[in-house]
Design a protein around this ligand. Structure first.
Ligand SMILES: NC(=O)c1ccc[n+]([C@@H]2O[C@H](COP(=O)([O-])OP(=O)(O)OC[C@H]3O[C@@H](n4cnc5c(N)ncnc54)[C@H](OP(=O)(O)O)[C@@H]3O)[C@@H](O)[C@H]2O)c1
Length: 301
């Protein structure tokens, strides 16, 4: 009672039959995204949340820092560490789309924290330094390539050959930035339609493409030959369970992960804040909106 808390963004029915039988609650048929599929009022002065959603706010964080990182941090933590045996291991190259974004900025740091070698992808050289400072071993500007979007029909030999040329040159770029002919053991996916065919191709033999979104489109193509011949795994991942959520908050509390707050908007600008994210115009990292806090920089009431 009285604790300052951060609220995890996913709920479930703790007495659901599948959870009682031992399922990870985030895979339960009762699972819902809080504030989206359930409207108990995120961005509100008062709200309703279940006890298991509430995690102690680290004292050292401001309200806006505490409010900004959990969605991307906990989701990328589960993507990178939740899918045994495809968890980040020391020395593993990990390809991270949108390296300067919400998921990406946390994923770069989590990969480093567990000894992996993060390679970040961005669309603007102005984001390169930011990713390097977070721990990326190399950064690739996706604008140097033009094979994005849906994969052509493999029966259309000319179009397919041109597409494969683009994908292979992107793969060689990964080797260049690593200084090593090694392919990513894990590919952290979320753009979806534009990048999934490339993600499946460049992923290492026996590696995993793990996706939590389809920002550019929900129709993700893949050439199945690359999946089965090289025994790769395509894994869906959504949100995070209580243990994974607590783990990422602990890492932020210990100062091992930066919450990557880039902008804190006053409540009156909430529509503009969402529009900037929607149009990919926000600078980098995570944005926050002040709801009750009268000004940025406050850590308690
Ligand atoms: N399932 C879940 O639990 C869960 C949780 C959190 C987020 N998400 C979803 O994950 C997605 C990313 O979230 P976020 O917080 O990281 O958003 P974000 O801060 O907007 O970052 C996304 C990044 O993706 C990159 N991007 C955009 N369009 C792209 C394209 N066509 N091809 C390649 N890269 C592209 C952009 O980087 P560049 O332009 O620099 O490449 C952008 O910075 C969203 O759709 C979000 O809803 C899902």
């Amino acid at each position: 009672m009285g604790d300052h808390v951060i609220v995890g963004g996913v709920c479930w029915d703790e007495s659901a039959a599948d959870i009682r039988m031992g399922a990870d609650p985030t895979t339960s048929t009762s699972q819902k995204a809080w504030g989206y599929e359930l409207n108990h009022g995120s961005f509100a002065q008062f709200t309703v949340a279940a006890e298991y959603q509430c995690h102690r706010k680290p004292d050292r964080l401001t309200w806006e820092e505490a409010g900004c990182f959990l969605a991307g941090g906990s989701t990328s933590y589960r993507q990178l560490l939740g899918w045994h045996p495809h968890t980040v291991q020391p020395g593993d190259p990990v390809l991270i789309w949108g390296g300067a974004g919400g998921l990406g900025s946390m994923a770069i740091q989590i990969t480093r924290c567990f000894g992996g070698r993060p390679i970040a992808v961005v669309s603007d050289d102005a984001k390169t330094d930011y990713c390097l400072r977070l721990g990326a071993e190399g950064v690739i500007n996706r604008r140097e390539f033009d094979h994005w979007g849906r994969m052509p029909d493999p029966a259309d030999l000319d179009a397919y050959r041109a597409w494969l040329g683009g994908v292979r040159s992107f793969g060689r770029k990964i080797w260049d930035v690593l200084g090593d002919r090694r392919s990513p053991k894990i590919v952290l996916e979320h753009p979806g339609r534009d990048t999934l065919p490339t993600s499946v191709y460049v992923c290492d033999n026996g590696g995993m493409v793990v996706t939590c979104a389809g920002t550019s489109g929900y129709n993700g193509d893949l050439d199945l030959r690359f999946l089965w011949m090289f025994q790769k795994r395509l894994q869906g991942s959504h949100a995070a369970n209580v243990r994974q959520t607590a783990a990422v908050i602990d890492l932020v509390a210990a100062g091992r992960l930066d919450p990557c707050l880039s902008e804190a908007y006053p409540f009156a600008d909430i529509a503009e804040a969402h529009q900037r994210v929607y149009e990919n115009r926000h600078l980098h990292g995570n944005a926050a909106v002040l709801v009750n806090a009268p000004e940025p920089g406050l850590k308690s009431l």
